[in-house]
Design a binder for this molecule. Sequence first.
Ligand code: AMP
Ligand code: ZN
Ligand code: FE
Ligand code: FE
Length: 284
Amino acid sequence: MRQPDFVDMHIHTTASDGSFSPAQVVELARKAGLWGIAITDHDTVEGFPEALEAGRRMGIEVLAGIEISLQFVDNTHLLGYFPQGYTPAFREAIETLKRYREERIPKMLQRLAELNCPVSMEETLREAGDGLVGRPHIAKIMVRKGYAQSIQEAFDQYLASHAQAYIRKKKFTPEEALDLIRKNQGIPILAHPLTMDFDQNRLKEQIGLWKEMGLAGFEILYSDYNASQAARMTAIADELGMLKTGGSDFHGSSKPQITLGSGKEGNLRVPRAFFEAICNYKPV
Ligand code: AMP
Ligand code: ZN
Ligand code: FE
Ligand code: FE
């Protein structure tokens, strides 16, 4: 099925905790008939060059991006898009995030050992391969070793933020992350705004505050969002005059319910115009 007017602007690869390489992700986008994709790995941009090269080969537009976790309500994430590619200064600055990630892993493994689920640092790093290490890598090993039946169970029982083996990771504040993206010619976009679980007024107020700090837009389309949720967020975007984006948050096998380009049960369709609006955006 060809859908040349659709894109997916939220995708993880093996450069972070996705299970498909950047080139494989582009191949999936081609098979899905997408016009373009953005690579938005957690805390790293190292997957982009391979994806860009594959995109050139396969005729898929590839936009450079990143997803950064904020020190705010749990799972508040900021996407950054870089239509002109990444600056060396940006790549340098995000080394800090890699360090924050690596610092917490041994502490989580220590907790797991105390809970009779020994996983070694070496195994964990091997699971992450060339990519940045994260909790999904630990979860995969736990399933393999029979400590949990599924990745979701590993999270629910051990790794989720309320669970026993969880250790907080240091994060950038919203202001730090917005500034970092903006001063490196990036466009900051709030990911999956409904994870904050704010009511409509509070959500609009919060987004409005971040707009003052440079936030350019937010995801109105997402694998978990239904039409009425999308409509709620469209209303806020239009009222505040902000960009709308959308993506699946594809991770491959660590989130097997999500399909690249079409989300859960094929309910996601992100228009190409969202992608082009990012590319044409002039910061105010
Ligand atoms: P980390 O970057 O190590 O903090 O891990 C974050 C990743 O873990 C996210 O991208 C999600 O894919 C996954 N994740 C976080 N919380 C949960 C949860 N409660 N259930 C399942 N997956 C989760
Ligand atoms: Zn992830
Ligand atoms: Fe996210
Ligand atoms: Fe994501």
